[in-house]
Design a protein around this ligand. Sequence first.
Ligand SMILES: Cc1cc2nc3c(=O)[nH]c(=O)nc-3n(C[C@H](O)[C@H](O)[C@H](O)COP(=O)(O)O)c2cc1C
Length: 246
Amino acid sequence: MSQDSVTKTIGVATGICLFCSLFVSVAAVKLRPRQVKNQRLDRIQNILQVAGLAGEEGDPEALYQERIQPAYIDLKTGQAVSEDQYQPDQVESIPAEQDLAGIKLRPLQSVVYQRIDGQTMARLILPIQGKGVWSTLYGFLALEEDLQTVAGITFYEHAETPGLGGEIDNPNWKSSWAGKRAYDEDGNVVIEVIKGQVDPASSDADRQIDGLSGATLTTRGVDNLIQYWLGENGYGPYLKRLREER
Ligand SMILES: Cc1cc2nc3c(=O)[nH]c(=O)nc-3n(C[C@H](O)[C@H](O)[C@H](O)COP(=O)(O)O)c2cc1C
């Protein structure tokens, strides 16, 4: 067969394509366990960060096992469920008027994380998610032991534009959440992410967060998801129960 025949060219190209697709498929399958492990480690590190344990020495996994206690809950009733009963895949559709976070489906149960100091809960870490501009934002919001004050926020997965919506990862912006009032004395959600800068002289400054400049849409997405998850259709019933049990 001639070296430059059409048949040979197609044959070589097909061979290369087959080899490459086989290589990519094998790599994807082989690397999957490592990806899953790294995703878990990333979540753990984010939980430790909002739990205020990120600076501690040692293996993050061991620190997590030692200091963080997961609690499984029924979101509607706020009651605890056992780990055996926990079914993260059970979801229901959210009526449009309630779907502040733009997630369409809500889990019936959730896992929250408690930072345990000695015998008592020092921080409560709540998984949060909601629509940004280009992506769903996944993160954690931590409340202090009083269940009213924000301890921290972090997003571990999103695809917002770097420099615009991606500024939700900016450490300065994230640290501005610490100490803000999430709930008032009656358990109403009062925290809000505003457009523009918070006026430090305002009486509302303790419950307001600066909006991200050039990223009003992502800012609005963050505000919406916070309202949703702290509200009646999110962790509201669970937090109410915890407050009543005190
Ligand atoms: C390529 C491109 C990417 C953008 N990415 C984001 C984004 O991630 N988040 C966001 O809120 N706005 C993003 N915007 C800007 C929005 O369209 C909109 O202009 C902005 O949210 C308005 O914010 P401002 O009122 O603070 O100026 C993007 C715009 C362009 C052209």
